[in-house]
Write a protein that binds this ligand. Sequence first.
Ligand code: KG4
Ligand code: ZN
Length: 345
Amino acid sequence: MAHPAIILAIESSCDESAIAIYHKNLGVLSNKVFSQIPLHQVYGGVVPELAARDHLKRFPLLLKQALSESNLTLNDIDAIAYTAGPGLIGALMTGSIYAKSLAYSLKIPAIAIHHLEGHLLSPLLNQDKPNYPFLALLVSGGHTQLIAVNKVGDYKLLGQTLDDAVGEAFDKTAKMLGLPYPGGAHLADLAEKGNPNTYQLTKPMINRKGLDFSFSGLKTQVRLLIEQHKNQTNFSQIYADIAASFEKTIADTLSIKCKRAFDQTGFKDLVVAGGVSANKKLRTQLIDLAKKYNKRVFFPDLELCTDNALMIAFAASHRINQADKKLTVTIKSRWNLSDLNQITD
Ligand code: KG4
Ligand code: ZN
């Protein structure tokens, strides 16, 4: 089909309900995100059933806001993209059925998008873009992967976490330090008040060959530290030092693996995406690494690090050949990036 000029996208894989409108030539027209964090915070984590029900409540208003911000009506939309996986099954179901029904009623095509492809391509929305082939470090609440990106749709998994994702390690550690869910950004704030060299935590799996990760042991190290210091009175400084040491260990570990991936592939550019790519310490260390070895590193804009629909619309603009007008919906809670088909246009 001819390249549609205007794509509306719906993202609902976890606890953000989001709708964005992207124009082929003009770029972003609207990017609305409604975070369900307050809804789940009392439970200390995402409650899937509540997430799914709340997405459905939010879509109509987000749609109205996105259209009015773009000065458009539904009839101006050429295609509708939606996140088809990976993610929470009920949450994915609400977004994809909403998207498919909307597309069907408007007689326009719909495009199923892989959530991680959205994250991975998001730095390409910037002026300054990486050149193919490049490395991608995906660091979110559910995934930690190093990927060789040969071109759009041609992804080779180089390494991944064998247990907890980095964001999950941040969230679980933050919880132990008494911080609210999701704890990544709160832990980063606390870390700024601490000394990262106070505690020497073991950097997981750096002495093992390859590019896999493991982060579940780190949280055990932190739990032991908290127990050791539980009778001390200056615990707010101790907690800040623990947070800073934890954050540095994560940034060091990821930097070591990125250096190894540069060496292994000979690629020049690295893209870092997913919620944890908002982390300042990680950004600084990877920028330093790139400078030192004459490489380049690219991050999404801060508001595009965590879940949003703009990245889904943008990925869809590369996957127009997959658009269809069928009413059937296929979603996948688990889905490997390397199973995506290559884009030839
Ligand atoms: O990509 P994302 O929004 O959702 C998933 O697809 O998982 O990532 C959310 C994760 C959460 O674990 C959150 O704590 C973490 O990203 N995160 C951070 C920061 N901002 C968000 N972790 C560390 N430092 C941050 N500044
Ligand atoms: Zn995500």
